[in-house]
Design a protein. Sequence first.
Length: 218
Amino acid sequence: MAALSLLLSLSLQPPEVKVEAGRKGFRITDYFEARALPISIAMFVLALAYSGILSFVTEYAAEIDLVEAGSFFFLVYGMSLLLSRPFTGRLMDQRGANTVVYPALISFAAGMLMLSQLGAGWMFLAAAVLMGLGYGNFQSIAQVLVIKLTPHHRMGLANSTYFIGLGLGPLMLGYIVPVSGYLGMYMVLVTVILADIGIYHFMHGRRDGAVSVGRNRA
């Protein structure tokens, strides 16, 4: 898919964007996009929780003797995300991001809670469905918001700001696992996801709700 995307990109003719020359010298805004920071902070917190899945779910499945179900985890996660995105994208366009984001965060928290209490293989796969609906949709919706809030000529910086925290989660969680075990770590991550609901609300959600109300009245 990456090779195909590269070939297709060669045929693109993007419009030229005129940008005023900036000041010389070091500026922090040359490396971060301020408009993207509020949503990127919410994404950073949620990515911390998801990194606990990405990095440790295989070892967790082996520890609780659910290796067979665990081997299908990301397949079920991907299918859940793939089937839901066309509907969540349209719902965002019609009713605003909050209509998707809050249920997605609750779904992710529910999936993480189920993961921490596994007793059967079907629970493993049910958790994957909830997480696909949750984290997968939040990630795509949040990236759309970052792009919408950013001028075209700073879109690259906005994307880099958005993704900057995704690599730190495994390093941080690696210190928790030896102390609490996988079950304890996933329980901690449930509270992290719930806290992110408040973070998103104060960083962006309350403003997005006001914009959506105005759009609907218009």
